[in-house]
Design a protein. Structure first.
Length: 182
């Protein structure tokens, strides 16, 4: 009779284990939380890499800008036009660059030290320089003739993405005032 009573009273037997449905739901929830956590860690690592990459690029741009600004506006040995003369260009590096326009259209990937030594820690980055003459009253307007004003643009890229850019203006007037003319 006890068996018959227990079959009629469903609340008499307590469930003591998970059902299959509860287990599946638990597994799905744990897997979802795990995937979200891994995506968060991955995004964090990617962001750390990007921040470090941009910091390195900014340091490279600042170093090149300082190197160029330390040189005179004019070439100590006269030559016409923009860019390095044949003797300066023959080295394949910047070691003989003696004025700001020698850097015009200069590029290196990976970036190089002034003596041409590759900076292998920066593999994948490209450092470029442009030094066009610009209109003294509008630094955005480039000129094909000497104006006494150069806009120096240093960019550091990874592929086609600009990570850092420095733009400075160098004038012949500053060179003459500072005594670096010839």
């Amino acid at each position: 009779m006890a068996l018959a009573e227990s079959l009629r009273d469903p609340g008499r037997f307590q469930r003591s284990a998970f059902t299959l449905v509860e287990m599946v739901i638990s597994i799905v929830l744990v897997a979802t939380v795990f995937i979200v956590a891994m995506n968060t860690v991955g995004a964090s690592r990617t962001m750390m890499f990007r921040v470090a990459d941009r910091a390195a690029a900014d340091a490279l741009a600042a170093q090149m800008t300082a190197e160029i600004l330390a040189l005179p506006y004019w070439s100590p040995v006269y030559h016409s036009g923009m860019g390095p003369n044949s003797e300066e260009a023959a080295t394949g590096n910047r070691s003989k660059f003696d004025d700001a326009d020698d850097y015009d259209d200069w590029s290196a990937s990976p970036p190089q030290a002034k003596d041409g030594t590759e900076m292998t820690d920066y593999a994948g980055l490209t450092r470029t320089v442009q030094t066009p003459w610009v209109d003294p009253s509008d630094f955005q307007t480039e000129r094909s003739y000497e104006t006494g004003v150069k806009r120096i643009t240093v960019q550091v890229k990874r592929g086609n993405v600009v990570l850092a850019e420095r733009i400075v203006i160098k004038t012949v007037a500053w060179t003459e005032l500072s005594g670096d003319a010839w």
